[in-house]
Ligand binder design. Structure first.
Ligand SMILES: Cc1ncc(COP(=O)(O)O)c(C=O)c1O
Length: 469
C-alpha cells in the first residue's frame, strides 16, 4: 500500500490506533504521566494534521496556519475553564460576545436594531431560527402545524431542526441554474408557512440562492426569511469588496430576517462557534427559554446550550480582531483566485460540468463518467473532496491551505487523469459513493439507515480488538 493509500485507509478506519496505544475501558487506577499523555496526543495530532497540511482537503481546515492556531489556543487557555453563564464572575464574556456579534453584524450590513447570539456551530445556528419562526407562527398567528420552505440544497441541519421541532420541511426543487426555483416556492406558501430559507452559499454547490426574490415572497406574506450564511457569511462579503459579482444576501435585502455565519469556518476561529443574527431583538426573544419556578432557582437561557466555555469566545474574538479587515480580505482574495483557477480548469476538462457560477467552492458533475470513479483516483492521489448526490458530484470548498503555490495546478492535473481513469476504471463499482448506490436500490434506503446508524454506534466504541488490553 502506497503512502497516500495508507492515509486514505486511516481516514476510513475508525480505529487506526488500536495496536499502537493502550485503550482505556475504565479509569486508570493510578494517574498517567502528563508528559506521556501529551506525547501520545501530539503524535496523533501531528499525523492527522499532515493530511490537511498538504493543501489537498476541501473545506474543513479553513485557516491552516499553526501560528494562528497557537495564538488562538493561548487566548482559549485564558478562559478555557470559565463558564460564560456566570456573568458576575466573567463579565468579559459580555464584552467579547457582544463585540463578536457587532463585528459580524457590521460585515453583513445590519441596522442598529440587529440582535445576535453566539452558538456552538452552524447546526445550532440553524436550529435556533427554526424555533423562533415556529414560535412566532404559534404566538402571533396560532399556527400549530408549521411549515418551512427550503431549497433541496439547503443544509441538512435544517431538516434535523425540523425533525426536532415538529416543523414540516417543504423542499423546493432547483431551476436549471441550480438555484432554488422561486416560482415553486411562491406556489407552495400556505397559511401554515412560517418561514423561507435560502443559502449563501449552499453546502453542495456553494451557490447563493436568489435571496432578493425570496425576500419579496417573504415580505408579501410576512414570513421569516433565514439566510444560511454558515459557509459563505464570512467570505462572500469580501468577494463583493473585491469586485466579484456576489448576489445580495445580507440585511440590505429587506425581507431577510435572520442570518447565520460560522466563525469556525471562514471566520478562522477554533471549532465550536457561529454567529446567529436576527433583524431585531423581538425575534431573538422567541429563542429565549425562561422558567421562573424551578427549585434550582429562576432559570433564563438564551439558547440551546447551558454552560459554555469562555475559551472559545475569547479565541473567536481574538481571531477576528487580529485578522481585521485587511487580514480577511487578503485571505479571501487568494481563495477566490484559487477557486476561479480551479473552476476554469474543471470547465476545460472534457466530460466534466461545473454547477452554476462558483465563487469560493467549485462543484462539478459528469454526464459521461461516474464521478465516484473520478473520486477514487483523486483519493489515491491524496485529495479529499466532498461527494454529492442527486445528482452525483464532487465539490472542492477552497480554503486558505489550498491557496498554496502549485496546489490548484496539481489538482487539475490529477483531476484530468482521474477522468481518464473513470473512463475505464480498474473495478466496476467505485469505492467512493458506494453507500449512495446502495441507497438507490429497492429497499436500499432501509439498509442504508441501518448501516449509517451502525457507523455512528461504531464511532462511540473503544477500539474493538486491542493488542495491549
Ligand atoms: C451551508 C452550511 N450550513 C450549515 C452547516 C452546518 O455547520 P456545522 O457543521 O458547523 O454544524 C454547514 C456545514 O458545512 C454548511 O455548509
Amino acid at each position: 500500500m502506497g503512502e497516500t493509500e495508507a492515509e486514505h485507509a486511516s481516514l476510513i478506519d475508525f480505529y487506526p490506533y488500536r495496536d499502537r496505544y493502550r485503550s482505556h475501558r475504565r479509569l486508570e487506577p493510578e494517574p498517567r504521566d502528563r508528559e506521556e499523555v501529551l506525547a501520545e496526543l501530539a503524535e496523533m495530532a501531528g499525523e492527522e494534521d499532515r493530511i490537511g497540511e498538504r493543501g489537498r482537503v476541501s473545506g474543513s481546515i479553513y485557516h491552516g496556519d499553526h501560528d494562528h492556531y497557537r495564538f488562538l489556543t493561548r487566548a482559549f487557555e485564558l478562559f478555557a475553564h470559565a463558564n460564560v453563564l456566570q456573568r458576575d464572575m466573567y463579565p468579559s464574556a459580555t464584552k467579547l460576545e457582544a463585540e463578536i456579534v457587532a463585528m459580524t453584524a457590521s460585515l453583513l450590513h445590519a441596522g442598529p436594531e440587529v440582535a445576535g447570539v453566539i452558538t456552538s456551530g452552524g447546526t445550532e445556528s440553524l436550529i435556533n431560527p427554526m424555533l423562533v419562526y415556529r414560535e412566532r407562527g404559534r404566538v402571533e398567528r396560532g399556527i400549530t402545524r408549521p411549515e418551512v420552505i427550503l431549497p433541496v440544497t439547503a443544509h441538512v441541519a435544517l431538516l434535523k431542526a425540523a425533525h426536532l421541532l415538529g416543523i414540516t420541511p417543504v423542499r423546493a426543487p432547483l431551476r436549471d441554474d441550480w438555484l432554488v426555483d422561486v416560482d415553486w416556492v411562491r406556489d407552495h406558501v400556505t397559511p401554515d408557512t412560517v418561514a423561507l430559507v435560502g443559502s449563501a452559499g449552499n453546502y453542495p454547490h456553494g451557490l447563493v440562492d436568489p435571496i432578493e426574490e425570496l425576500s419579496e415572497i417573504a415580505q408579501e406574506h410576512d414570513l421569516g426569511l433565514h439566510v444560511d450564511g454558515c459557509l459563505g457569511g464570512f467570505i462572500l462579503p469580501w468577494g463583493e469588496r473585491l469586485g466579484l459579482p456576489i448576489p445580495r444576501f445580507d440585511f440590505r435585502v429587506p425581507g431577510v430576517t435572520s442570518i447565520s455565519a460560522d466563525t469556525h469556518k471562514y471566520g478562522y476561529a477554533l471549532k465550536g462557534t457561529s454567529v446567529l443574527l436576527y433583524r431585531d431583538a423581538g425575534l431573538r426573544r422567541y429563542q429565549y427559554f425562561n422558567y421562573p419556578d424551578w427549585q434550582g432557582g429562576i432559570y433564563l437561557s438564551p439558547g440551546l446550550a447551558g454552560s459554555r466555555s469562555g475559551g472559545l469566545i475569547a479565541a473567536t474574538w481574538a481571531a477576528m480582531v487580529t485578522l481585521g479587515e485587511r487580514g480577511y480580505l487578503e485571505i479571501a482574495d487568494r481563495i477566490f483566485r484559487t477557486a476561479a483557477a480551479i473552476a476554469d480548469g474543471v470547465r476545460a476538462i472534457p466530460g466534466l460540468e461545473v454547477f452554476g457560477s462558483p465563487t469560493f467552492l467549485v462543484a462539478f458533475h459528469s454526464p459521461e463518467v461516474d464521478v465516484f470513479h473520478v473520486n477514487d483516483h483523486l483519493v489515491a492521489c491524496g485529495w479529499r473532496l466532498n461527494a454529492l448526490q442527486r445528482p452525483p458530484g464532487l465539490h472542492f470548498c477552497v480554503t486558505r491551505p489550498n491557496t498554496a503555490q502549485g496546489v490548484a495546478e496539481a489538482f487539475l492535473a490529477d483531476l484530468r487523469a482521474a477522468v481518464e481513469y473513470a473512463r475505464s476504471p480498474a473495478r466496476p463499482e467505485a469505492r467512493s459513493g458506494a453507500l449512495y448506490g446502495l441507497g438507490s436500490m429497492p429497499g436500499g434506503g432501509e439498509v442504508l439507515e441501518t448501516l449509517l446508524a451502525a457507523a455512528l454506534d461504531a464511532m462511540y466504541e473503544v477500539a474493538p480488538t486491542d493488542a495491549r488490553a
